[in-house]
Design a protein around this ligand. Structure first.
Ligand SMILES: O=C(O)CCC(=O)C(=O)O
Ligand SMILES: [Fe+2]
Length: 241
């Protein structure tokens, strides 16, 4: 594995692994997703926007998750990044379709921040990483480099204000099949509400599939795992029931 990429991820909080999945696989992921839109939640006020949290739990789409977590390129990267420490996919994963995303971190925020009380997410140099698999070309992800290094509030309004004041935001260009590896403490955003309202997206969906990895022996990763399980149960009740 390219050591430049691991040090980039450590320093800046993200890096891009190019062409991890080929055209045929991306097409399979897309077809599987589109065939299962009817079993997903609708969490935005836009008819063609869908979301499935914890999709590893659902047999019709679980193969996508299994394929990502077992991928050689991703695992060579993670093995180098974690330096031989055992790591796992901690159950925080999503399929999102035409979904906007304001500035945030991927930590447990708001009412779920209490699950992080017993640990300090910034105590560990090596963080938990989200693998973001883009199923089309695009540049929706904007990120504030190095923002994973210092504590940020676990509150979306405060994060939004922080991001608005930031200068050196980077827009990450990806091709379908590229994978962004991102420290979940990083301040970032995705597509705007306006972008995702375009009627063309009903036929040509913007699809993003992601899953989070962390070290097995990390108190922070375990807290994320447990808190996310509670958050997901609430999500299921709200959007799938
Ligand atoms: O839409 C994007 O590119 C970013 C989405 C995002 O913030 C996430 O998946 O955590
Ligand atoms: Fe995010």
């Amino acid at each position: 594995m390219d050591l430049k990429l691991t040090s980039q991820c450590l320093e800046h909080g993200f890096c891009v692994l190019p062409s991890v999945f080929d055209k045929a696989e991306i097409e399979t992921f897309r077809t599987t997703t589109v065939d299962n839109l009817g079993s997903m939640g609708q969490t935005r006020d836009v008819a063609h926007s869908y979301h499935l949290a914890g999709f590893h739990r659902f047999p019709s789409v679980a193969a996508i998750h299994a394929r990502i977590v077992a991928d050689d390129t991703i695992n060579r990267f993670l093995a180098a990044y974690y330096g031989g420490r055992p790591y796992f996919a901690l159950g925080l994963n999503d399929i999102t379709v035409n979904r906007s995303q304001h500035w945030h971190t991927d930590l447990l925020r708001g009412r779920y921040s209490e699950f992080l009380k017993g640990c300090d997410p910034w105590d560990e140099a090596v963080g938990s990483l989200k693998a973001l698999v883009y199923l089309q070309d695009g540049a929706s992800l904007r990120i504030l480099p190095c923002s994973h290094l210092s504590p940020t509030p676990l509150d979306d309004a405060l994060l939004e204000a922080l991001a608005e004041a930031a200068r050196d935001v980077v827009r990450v260009d990806v091709k379908a099949g590229d994978v962004v590896m991102m420290d979940i403490r990083a301040l970032h955003r995705g597509s705007t509400d306006a972008d995702m309202q375009s009627p063309a997206l009903a036929q040509m969906q913007k699809i993003l599939v992601s899953t989070v990895f962390g070290p097995v022996d990390s108190a922070f990763a375990r807290a994320m795992q447990v808190g996310n399980a509670y958050r997901m149960a609430d999500w299921d009740r709200r959007f799938l029931a």
